[in-house]
Design a protein around this ligand. Structure first.
Ligand code: NAD
Length: 515
C-alpha cells in the first residue's frame, strides 16, 4: 500500500531559484511552439487533413500548435479501438493500473515547470495559478490511485450462514472524457485518470482552446507505461466530434465538465439509445456556477475583502468556483464597496508570462466579446465602480470590473459571465443574504464571512451549494480535503477528489456462492 495521501505543496515564486527555473521552462517551451500534433488512436498517430490552431491569449500573434480536426470516421474508430483495448485493460490488475497513475504523478513533478509553462502560454494562467493547476493534477493521480486500491479490497457485507458473498467493483467500458479549458491540466487529468484506473478505456476530446496541454499529458501517460488504446486522443470541434463520440452506441459513459448549455445537451443526447446499444449511458456532468460570498456585518472586514478579490479575480474570474456575486450586509456596505473598488483598481493586468501580472487575459475573442457585453448590460443594471473596459495589450485583456447596487433580478447577478466581473448586492441581514444567495439556478460554491456562531450554524444549514466555505475564499478546493461538485444546474454533484468519485466509473457485481 502506498503512503497516506498528502496534498502537493504549491511552489513559492518569491524564491529566486524557483523563479529562474520557471523562466527557463518558459524559454524551453517557447522553442517547441508552432508544431503540428497528431491524433492518437491506439498505437497510431494520425493526421486528418484539416487542422486548427491554438494561440497564446496573452499574445494573439503567437501560435501554440496546430491540431487535427478529427473526421467523424476517426472519432468512430477511436471508440472502436478503445472498445478492443477495454477487453485487455479491464483484466490488468488494479495495482498495475494504479502504478501508472503514481508514475504519472512522479513525471508531472519532474516536469512541473514545463507543465506550468504550457498553461501560462496556452491558457493565460499566471504563474501561481498554473502551478496550482499542476499541483492539483498530481493530487488527482495520487488520490485516485489510492482510491482504486481501496475499492479493490474486500467490501463489507452482512454475513449469511451457508453462503460466501462478495462485492466487486468492476469497470463500465469505454468513456467519453470531455473536459473544459479552464483547468486544462487538473480537470483533464482527474477525469481521465479516474476513468482509466478503474479499468475503463477512454476517448479523450480536449477543449480546442487548450489541446497542447492535453497532448503534453498524453506523453506523460505513455511514459508512465499506459498501453496504447487505453486513452485515445481525439481533437476537433466539440459540436461535431464531441457530439459524435457522445452519441456512439459503443460509449458506456460520458464524463463531462463545462458549460450548462453543453452539459444539458449531452445529458439529452446520451439518454437516447442508438441502434445496437445495450446499456443506459451514465453521464457525469459538472457545469457552471454563479457563486457567492456573503459578508455579514460582524465579519473580519480585511479577510472578507481579500477573500472576495482573490475569489472574483484569480485566473480572471474564469473558475467555475469564482465569486461572481458579493452579498454585503447593509451596515458595512458603503465602506466595503469603497475599499473593494480601491483594491480592484490596483490589480495588475498583463501577459501571463510576466510573473508580476496578477491577472492575465481571458481565454479567447468570443469570451472577451461576451464578457464586455455583460459589462454593458451591468452598467445599465447597476453602478460601475471599477474597470468596465478592455485593458491594453496584444491579448484578450479586460480590466477587473465591479458593478454595485444590483437588484437580485439583474442579469449580471443571475447569469454565469465567466470573466473578471463581480456583481455586488446589498442585504438587510444574514437571512436576507442567504435568501439572495440561494435564489439561483446554480449551486456550486459559496462563502460566508461571519463571526456569530449561531449565524454560522444557520448558514451551514441553509446555503444550498455543493461547496460551502466559512470565513475563507470560495475558490481553491483541494483534492481529498474539499470534494468538489455542485447542486442544481451546476451539475451532478460528482464530488471530484472525494471518496465517492470512483464509484461513478464502476459498477458493483455481487457474487454469492452456496457453501
Ligand atoms: P464548454 O461547455 O464550452 O466546453 C466544454 C467541453 O465540451 C469542450 O471540450 C468542448 O469542446 C466540448 N463540447 C462543446 N460542445 C459539445 C457537444 N455538443 N458535444 C460534446 N462536447 C462538446 O465549456 P468551457 O468553455 O470549456 O468551460 C467553461 C465552463 O465550464 C463554465 O461554465 C464553467 O463553470 C464550467 N466548469 C465547471 C466545473 C465544475 O466542476 N462544475 C469546472 C470547470 C469548469
Amino acid at each position: 500500500m502506498p503512503a497516506e495521501f498528502k496534498n502537493e505543496l504549491v511552489l513559492d515564486f518569491s524564491q529566486e531559484q524557483t523563479r529562474q527555473k520557471q523562466e527557463e521552462a518558459l524559454a524551453l517551451v517557447q522553442t517547441q511552439l508552432d508544431r503540428e500534433y497528431d491524433l492518437i488512436i491506439g498505437a497510431d498517430r494520425l493526421k486528418s487533413g484539416k487542422t486548427f490552431k491554438s494561440i497564446n491569449p496573452s499574445k494573439k500573434s503567437v501560435t501554440i500548435g496546430h491540431f487535427q480536426s478529427a473526421s467523424l470516421e476517426q472519432a468512430v474508430r477511436a471508440v472502436e479501438v478503445a472498445a478492443r483495448a477495454f477487453e485487455k485493460w479491464k483484466r490488468v490488475p488494479v495495482q498495475q493500473r494504479a502504478a501508472v497513475l503514481f508514475r504519472a504523478a512522479e513525471i508531472l513533478r519532474a516536469k512541473r515547470f514545463e507543465n506550468n509553462a504550457w498553461m501560462i502560454l496556452e491558457a493565460g494562467k499566471t504563474w501561481v495559478e498554473a502551478d496550482a493547476d499542476t499541483a492539483e493534477a498530481i493530487d488527482f493521480c495520487e488520490f485516485y490511485g489510492r482510491e482504486a486500491l481501496r475499492y479493490a479490497e474486500p467490501q463489507p457485507l452482512t454475513r449469511l450462514k451457508g453462503e460466501d458473498n462478495e462485492l466487486r467493483y468492476i469497470p463500465l467500458g469505454v468513456g467519453a472524457v470531455i473536459p473544459p479549458w479552464n483547468f486544462p491540466c487538473a480537470i483533464l487529468v482527474g477525469m481521465t485518470t479516474a476513468a482509466l484506473v478503474c479499468g475503463n478505456t477512454v476517448v479523450l476530446k480536449p477543449s480546442s482552446d487548450t489541446p497542447a496541454i492535453a497532448a503534453f499529458f498524453m506523453d506523460i501517460l505513455h511514459e508512465a507505461g499506459m498501453p496504447p488504446g487505453v486513452v485515445n486522443f481525439v481533437t476537433g470541434s466539440g459540436a461535431t466530434i464531441g457530439n459524435a463520440i457522445v452519441e456512439h452506441s459503443g460509449i458506456r459513459f460520458v464524463s463531462f465538465t463545462g458549460s450548462k448549455e453543453v452539459g444539458l445537451h449531452i445529458v439529452e443526447e446520451a439518454a437516447r439509445p442508438r441502434p445496437g446499444q445495450i446499456w443506459i449511458k451514465r453521464v457525469v456532468a459538472e457545469m457552471g456556477g454563479k457563486d457567492f460570498i456573503i459578508v455579514n456585518e460582524d465579519a473580519d472586514f480585511d479577510a472578507a475583502l481579500a477573500g472576495a478579490v482573490a475569489s472574483a479575480f484569480g485566473f480572471q474570474g474564469q473558475k467555475c468556483s469564482a465569486c461572481s456575486r458579493l452579498i454585503v450586509h447593509e451596515k458595512i456596505y458603503p465602506a466595503f464597496v469603497e475599499k473593494l473598488a480601491e483594491k480592484v483598481k490596483d490589480l495588475k493586468v498583463g501577459p501571463a508570462m510576466d510573473p508580476s501580472s496578477y491577472m492575465g487575459p481571458v481565454i479567447n475573442e468570443n469570451a472577451r466579446k461576451s464578457i464586455l457585453q455583460y459589462i454593458e448590460t451591468g452598467r445599465k443594471e447597476g453602478r460601475l465602480v471599477a474597470g468596465g473596459e478592455p485593458a491594453e495589450g496584444d491579448g484578450f485583456y479586460i480590466k477587473p470590473t465591479v458593478i454595485v447596487d444590483l437588484d437580485p433580478s439583474a442579469r449580471i447577478a443571475r447569469e454565469e459571465i465567466f470573466g473578471p466581473v463581480l456583481a455586488v448586492l446589498k442585504a438587510k441581514d444574514l437571512d436576507d443574504a442567504i435568501r439572495i444567495a440561494n435564489d439561483s439556478e446554480y449551486g456550486l460554491t459559496g462563502s460566508v464571512y461571519c463571526k456569530d456562531r449561531d449565524l454560522i450554524r444557520r448558514a451551514k444549514e441553509e446555503c444550498h451549494v455543493g461547496n460551502l466555505y466559512i470565513n475563507r475564499k470560495c475558490t481553491g478546493a483541494l483534492v481529498g480535503v474539499h470534494p468538489f461538485g455542485g447542486f442544481n444546474m451546476s451539475g451532478t454533484d460528482s464530488k471530484a477528489g472525494g471518496r465517492d468519485y470512483l464509484l461513478l466509473f464502476t459498477q458493483a457485481k455481487a457474487i454469492s456462492e452456496k457453501l
